[in-house]
Design a protein around this ligand. Sequence first.
Ligand code: FES
Length: 156
Amino acid sequence: MTEKDHGCRTNAKPAGKEPLGLSRRNLFSAIAIAAGSIGLSSIATSAQAASKKYKVCATKDIKVGGGSIFKISAAGGIQIMVTQPKPGVFRAFNPACTHQGIRLSKIAGSNILCEKGHGAAFDTTTGKVTRGPAQIALQKYTLTVENKSLYVTLNS
Ligand code: FES
């Protein structure tokens, strides 16, 4: 049997260069992966360091089964919708409808309604879509209760 008979010879690279070429490629891949990992962890660390708590309102400002929208001036005027679906249970959402961004304006029962838009509805506890045309849940924020006041945690 000759080398041509088993077909290995036609696609083979010069034996003396391939190990070195693969080694370089692997080295560059490893460097790229390491750099990416370092970059991502730096971003995550920066995000954690940049998150900050802002006072939104007093707990008594939100009625059970209701909600209100507050503008957080200290955080660049960002708007936060706070709901209290059950006594002592508070939630915070971005009040922009996920369909086309119209500001949500009304709470009816356990739903936040996009009355000025196209009629979408979102759950006051989870922010999940309960009626379309929106397909995506509301953006949630971390809300904490301290000394009868509500604080939202935002990334700056
Ligand atoms: S913008 Fe809210 S349903 Fe269209």
